[in-house]
Every structure is written in structure tokens, then in C-alpha cells.
Design a protein around this ligand. Structure first.
Ligand code: C2E
Ligand code: CA
Ligand code: CA
Length: 565
């Protein structure tokens, strides 16, 4: 036999992958784990069925900062293999060092399909050390029980109680704001806060409680048999109060808070696993409510959460299975009635559920971080639409793309936009980015900086939903804004007393700042007339047209006002 390599039968490949001592993880383009080998389970503690479908982030130890991961992913997404050292975390909390290579795999058309991650332990002691740590069951930083020991304790408590009528509460506590502290002040400072939090929790729990640190910033408390629910509640409120009071970090916008989820034995469940799941469900919901919220598990949460989990799982697949489409809604000049632009709005065509509107999934996409990749797709697709329209004689003055706050925080908008513009060959001034006031309010310092840089490139900026936030036009003066989009709720009020005056004032102030004023959600001819009287420049709404698919938009542009024939 010469030269050519034989193609191995799958069972041989499986045997090879199964025997190698290096950890091998295959992740899909969205970063969800698709396949793992046995060595992975040994090193990380996660069985294949626990890991598959979840994000690679389950192994994050917190030892590398966001910048590290950002640089790594940037290199990988650009199609380059990545090699480096990092510290990972075992399911039960022990940390270990590895040398990692990530190899992007593309399909025939050049799209990224998979990432193959190979890790090799550089920690000679790890096997032994982690075993000791895990078996000892303590968290090094706080001295509390670790996740492993917590599981054991919970099982023991449940088993002990099976003969009695006693009750107890399982409390999951999640600190908020810690990652911001780590990013701003460094990990040592973050560690100090964790230690302090642990001390304060211990000082306030009822006697006999078992407190564990079960994750980076997560604690679990098994609160002992209690006769009076009010005691449990008082203790929880006390903990929340002490942590939020002393959570000030000296910086105005960085405070430590917490979310709390609680399940009760035997009311909610009598087995450890369900109690944990229910406390976690309540915690997830509390997290979405507000800082310092605590919630007891209720049965309807479970349904809601199942629904969310399926939606989240499906959402992870939606990008690679091309279930998204970008609709376009025309924007017209109020006087000439010419089309001055199009706003792109995402639609998800779910294979089983049909069309899912953005308000149902953008929130989940934001919370899971999927928004960054979905947002990149929207940008590319919008520019592709612009280019296609241009090539058939429909040259839109602008095409606008909605940006969510989470995309802003991920911080790569500038590069993404530059890349996409270059790739699709669209002049920067044709792209308009829509951001809401809340983005500017929360993060105004870096926002000004970013917007200025975008504006320097001649990318257009619009403030979306204006009038729903609390910012004043005066405040917006510092941002290089080209367009102000007056929110639909404002337009709906137009014909009511006093609103015409306010609208006039907004419009003239906007004009003095050189902004184009667009009214959104215009549904009636009367609204349009009043808006024109108030000096408004442009409108968008069902009165003109609903958002529509590409072909339909072409049809619309060609017939409406004969501007593009
Ligand atoms: P938005 O940016 O304020 O978009 C305008 C919404 O109002 C769209 O809803 C549009 O279909 C709807 N609309 C337009 N004219 C009228 C009208 O005359 N009457 C009524 N009742 N509604 C009108 P849609 O497409 O469901 O989008 C909802 C929100 O989801 C958007 O609000 C935006 O915040 C978000 N969204 C949509 N697409 C994207 C996207 O690609 N990326 C991001 N980050 N968010 C998006
Ligand atoms: Ca918008
Ligand atoms: Ca809007």
C-alpha cells in the first residue's frame, strides 16, 4: 500500500476517540456541546447527557476574564485554530489547568460548522489533587462545603427526615454584580466580596443551617426544620439586606445584590433532586424580576420554565438551521411620500410552532448571550438585502438594524459592523443602527465613545422608542444621533389634549440638533396629518405597510409612489 490514507470505518474512529487520554469536545457553530469523549467526563465530571446541548461555558472557572474568551473566539471565528492554556472547573468545583487547541471546521461552502476542542492536562497533580478537594468537600476560598458535599448533605437530610413530619427550606442564593466587580476591580477584590458574603450569610442563617458555595457566585442553604415560615423569611430578608447594604463597592453603578429561589420540603417535593430543580427554577425567575428579589417555587413556574427551556434549546439550533428571516418595513418621507429607508425586523420560523415574534425570543437570546451571534447574522443579512435591492435598481437611502443592549455590552459592534460592511460591499452611510435610550442611560460613558466611533465611519444612528425612557433631548445632545424615532405609544396619544404641543416641542428641539424625526406605529391617516402639521419628517407604520419579506418588499418599492421604477 502506498501513500493514500484509508478512510476508517466509524467503529474504529469511535474506538480511537474513546481511548485517547486527551479531552475531546465537539461544539456546534453556536458553541453548544455536540459530542464529548470519555476523557472529557473524567476530567470535567459531566456525563455526556449532562453536557450535550449545553454551552462550553459550563467548564468556565472564572480564572480567565471575558477579554480572554473574546480574543479566543475572535480568532476561532476568523477561522484560525487557537492554542493556549486555561483553567477549567470540575462539575464539583475543583479547578484544573489545561492546554487547549480549538480547531474550527467548515463545511463545503465555507461556513463554520463545528469547533473541535482538544485539551491536555498540564496539571500533573490534578488527578490526585482534585480527588482530594472533591472528597474533602470544601470550597477553598470560603471554607464552606462545595457543590459535591452539598449534594451529599441534601441527600442525607432528606433521608433523615423521611420518618418524621419535619419541614425544611432549600434556599438558592445568587449574587449579582460580581462579574462586573471582577472586571473592574480584579479577581482578588471579587474573592474578598465572596468571602464577606459567605461570612454574612453564615452569621444570619438559623442555627443548624448548612451553607454551601455551589458555584462561582452561588450559595445554597439547607435551612433546618422550622415550625414557623416567618423565621425562614426573616432570615432570608436579613441576608438580602445585609448584602445589599454592604454591597456598595465605592463605584456608583457597581453594587452587589442577590436573587433568591426557595423550595420547601415536603410541600414542593420529597426528593433531593426535585427540591434542587425547583429552587433553581424559582431562582431563575427571581433573577429576571429585579435585584434582591426572592421567590418561593410554585407549580406554574415549572410549566413556564419548561417552556423557556425548550425555546432556549430550539433557539440555539435556529441559527444553524436557518430558521430566521429578516422582514423589512418601509419608512417614508411625510411630504414627498418617497421611501427613505427600511427597518429590518427579525422573524423566527420555527419548524413546529410556526412564526415566533421577536418579543417572544429576543429576551431569551439576550439572557443566554445568543443575541450576539443572532445580531451578527441580522447585520449581515440586512446588508445583503440592501445590496440585492440596489442591484435591481432599488437603492434604499438607509437600511436599519436593531441593536439590543446585550450586543452593546458584548462590545464588538464596531468590528462586526466594519467587517459586515466590507464583506457585503455596502457604503457605511447606508447602514443605520437603532438603539434604545436605555442603552445610553445605563452605560453612557462607553456608549458615547462607541457611538462616536461608529459615527466617524458614517454609520447612521437612530434612537428607537423615544419617549418611553426617561432621557431628555438635552441629554441626547452629547450623542451623534441622526434620527429620532418617536415611539408608537406617543403617536397613539397624539390626538389627546396637550400631546400635540409636546410633540411639536420634541420635533423642533430634535431639528435644532439636526436630527431627522420619524414617527413609529402610524396606523391612521389622521395621525399622519397631525404629525405633518407638527413638522415631523418621516413615518413608519401599518398605514404605509406592515413589515414584509424580501420579495414582497421589492413589489412594494416598485409600486408605491413609483420612486423605484
Ligand atoms: P421595534 O424596534 O420598536 O420595532 C417596531 C415594532 O412595531 C415591530 O414589531 C413592528 O412590526 C411593529 N409595528 C410597526 N408598525 C406598526 C403599526 O403601525 N402598528 C403596530 N401595532 N405595530 C407596528 P416586531 O417586528 O414584532 O418587533 C418587536 C421588537 O422586537 C422590535 O421593536 C425590536 O425591539 C425587537 N426586534 C425586532 N427585530 C429585531 C432584531 O433584528 N434585533 C433586535 N435586537 N431586536 C429586534
Ligand atoms: Ca426599531
Ligand atoms: Ca421602536
Amino acid at each position: 500500500m502506498t501513500g493514500e490514507r484509508a478512510t476508517l470505518p466509524p467503529e474504529v474512529v469511535a474506538a480511537v476517540l474513546g481511548t485517547v487520554r486527551n479531552v475531546i469536545v465537539v461544539a456546534d457553530a453556536a458553541g453548544s456541546i455536540a459530542w464529548v469523549n470519555d476523557a472529557f467526563t473524567k476530567a470535567s465530571g459531566y456525563a455526556p447527557e449532562e453536557a450535550i446541548g449545553r454551552s462550553m461555558a459550563i467548564m468556565k472557572s472564572g480564572s480567565q476574564d471575558e477579554e480572554f474568551y473574546r480574543a479566543m473566539w475572535q480568532s476561532i471565528r476568523a477561522g484560525n485554530p487557537w492554542k493556549g492554556r486555561l483553567t477549567e472547573r470540575h462539575k464539583y468545583g475543583a479547578i484544573y489547568d489545561v492546554e487547549q487547541t480549538v480547531q474550527p471546521v467548515r463545511d463545503a461552502s465555507g461556513d463554520l460548522k463545528y469547533f473541535v476542542v482538544v485539551q491536555h492536562s498540564t496539571d500533573a497533580e490534578y488527578q490526585n489533587r482534585s480527588k482530594i478537594d472533591i472528597l474533602a468537600g470544601y470550597d477553598r476560598l470560603t471554607g464552606l462545603s462545595n457543590r459535591y458535599r452539598f449534594h451529599k448533605e441534601l441527600q442525607r437530610v432528606v433521608a433523615d427526615l423521611s420518618e418524621s413530619n419535619d419541614e425544611f427550606a432549600l434556599v438558592f442564593l445568587d449574587l449579582t454584580g460580581l462579574s462586573k466587580v471582577n472586571d473592574t476591580f480584579g479577581h482578588e477584590y471579587g474573592d474578598r466580596i465572596l468571602k464577606l458574603a459567605a461570612e454574612r450569610i453564615i452569621a444570619r442563617v438559623p442555627q443548624g443551617s448548612i451553607v454551601s458555595r455551589v458555584g462561582g457566585d452561588e450559595f445554597a442553604i439547607i435551612m433546618p426544620p422550622h415550625n414557623d415560615m416567618n423565621h425562614t423569611l426573616a432570615a432570608i430578608r436579613d441576608i438580602i439586606k445585609i448584602i445589599s447594604t454592604y454591597g456598595a463597592t465605592g463605584s456608583d453603578d457597581i453594587t452587589i445584590g442577590m436573587s433568591v429561589g426557595i423550595s420547601l420540603y415536603p410541600k414542593d417535593a420529597i426528593d433531593a433532586e426535585s427540591l434542587e430543580r425547583f429552587a433553581d427554577i424559582a431562582l431563575q425567575k427571581a433573577r429576571r424580576l429585579s435585584s434582591n428579589a426572592y421567590l418561593f417555587f410554585t407549580a406554574d413556574m415549572s410549566v413556564e420554565t419548561e417552556e423557556r427551556i425548550t425555546l432556549e434549546r430550539d433557539l440555539r439550533r435556529a441559527l444553524s438551521s436557518q430558521e430566521f428571516a429578516l422582514f423589512i418595513q418601509p419608512q417614508i418621507d411625510i411630504r414627498t411620500r418617497k421611501i427613505i429607508g427600511g427597518e429590518t425586523l427579525i422573524r423566527w420560523f420555527h419548524p413546529q410552532r410556526g412564526m415566533i415574534p421577536p418579543l417572544k425570543f429576543i429576551g431569551i437570546a439576550e439572557e443566554t448571550g445568543l443575541i450576539v451571534r443572532i445580531g451578527e447574522w441580522c447585520l449581515r443579512e440586512a446588508l445583503r438585502h440592501w445590496r440585492k435591492l440596489d442591484s435591481i435598481g432599488i437603492t434604499l437611502p438607509t437600511i436599519s438594524v436593531n441593536l439590543s443592549a446585550a450586543q452593546f455590552q458584548a462590545g464588538n459592534i464596531l468590528e462586526t459592523a466594519i467587517k459586515a460592511l466590507g464583506y457585503e460591499g455596502v457604503p457605511a452611510e447606508r447602514l443605520e443602527l437603532e438603539i434604545t435610550e436605555s442603552v445610553l442611560m445605563h452605560d453612557s460613558y462607553s456608549a458615547v465613545d462607541m457611538l462616536k466611533r461608529l459615527s466617524k465611519l458614517h454609520i447612521q444612528l437612530a434612537i428607537d422608542d423615544f419617549g418611553t425612557g426617561y432621557s431628555s433631548l438635552n441629554y441626547l445632545r452629547q450623542f451623534p444621533v441622526n434620527r429620532l424615532k418617536i415611539d408608537k405609544s406617543f403617536v397613539d396619544e397624539l390626538l389627546n389634549d396637550g400631546h400635540t404641543e409636546i410633540t411639536k416641542a420634541i420635533i423642533s428641539l430634535g431639528h435644532s440638533l439636526n436630527m431627522n424625526i420619524l414617527a413609529e406605529g402610524v396606523e391612521h391617516e389622521t395621525q399622519m396629518t397631525v404629525l405633518e402639521d407638527c413638522g415631523c419628517d418621516s413615518v413608519q407604520g401599518y398605514l404605509i405597510a406592515k413589515p414584509m419579506g424580501f420579495d414582497q418588499f421589492v413589489e412594494f418599492a416598485r409600486t408605491y409612489n413609483k420612486q423605484f421604477v
